[in-house]
Design a protein around this ligand. Sequence first.
Ligand SMILES: [Ca+2]
Length: 323
Amino acid sequence: MAKQSVNFAGVRQISRCEIHQSIKAVNAQRPGPCTQQERAKFIVVKDRNGDDDVAVCIQRNGKYQWHVIKDLEPLIHESCKEILTSSRNNGDGVYQISVGNNTVIDVYCQMTNVSGCKGGGWTLAMKINGSLSTFKYSSSYWTSKNAYNDDAYGRNGGLDNREYKGSTYWRTSFKEICVVMKYGGRLRAFSFSYPASSLYNLIADGNHRQTQVGRAQWKSLISGSSLQLHCNREGFNLRSDSTLSKYRVTVKVRLGIIANQQNHCDSPDSYVGLGAEGGWNYPVDPNWCQPPDKSLNSAGNLGQCSPDNGNKNTKAMAYILVR
Ligand SMILES: [Ca+2]
């Protein structure tokens, strides 16, 4: 028999000669047991429509069984980026990926460009409504492995206005992060390199981790954004340097940039970012300089105390995706 190469969904290259000539007249959903001697053999099985599928004999959980290869695909892809270049890629939407131990979870994959985040293959981790307080700085969602709306309601709509924290927050490792803000009906985004084993490992311990994105890039997320001129501290877990009580009102941000009108980071009052809130005594503390209103955004832009483009309290939808 002439050798003809067939690619079965990236599992490996096999030749047609390796496929048993038998066709099992069984439901491809449950092809049944095989033997140790049949391990790594391939057979053709019929699905419910009478179409052919290919099954392979493998041992899992102590049992040798035929497994239809396309049903194994979720177990061989561990990220949206791996699906992006496979035959499973069907555009933006929900896919199953493996997170180890034969566990498969549903994730939303952004397979097309989002503004400045190019190339697709992004796994959605969080969706934050800046007018709500679910994901403000002091929310335990940043420091715990508790999900929020990690179901069809929260996940399936992609970059919509529903809030979401997937188990991808602590389960998904990555090399790049994409930050997206939606304001005025427009998505603005950029990505940067920051390899980590998970977002949880970057954020939950509360330690500041610096990024090198730059003030202009952070400001570009919100049209007409406004920041004070100094401090310009960016990255994860942003807070004041000072523990003095008079600085209790200063801003805190989980991911973004904070700024100050004084030439230090003791009393930052403005930001572009997400996971944001004012200080402990906000809004009753008289040390707070006049914000545009008393309901601070948890994601977006706060400009006050001599910012560069006027007072702002812009409440945006914010998204974190990883790849
Ligand atoms: Ca200040």
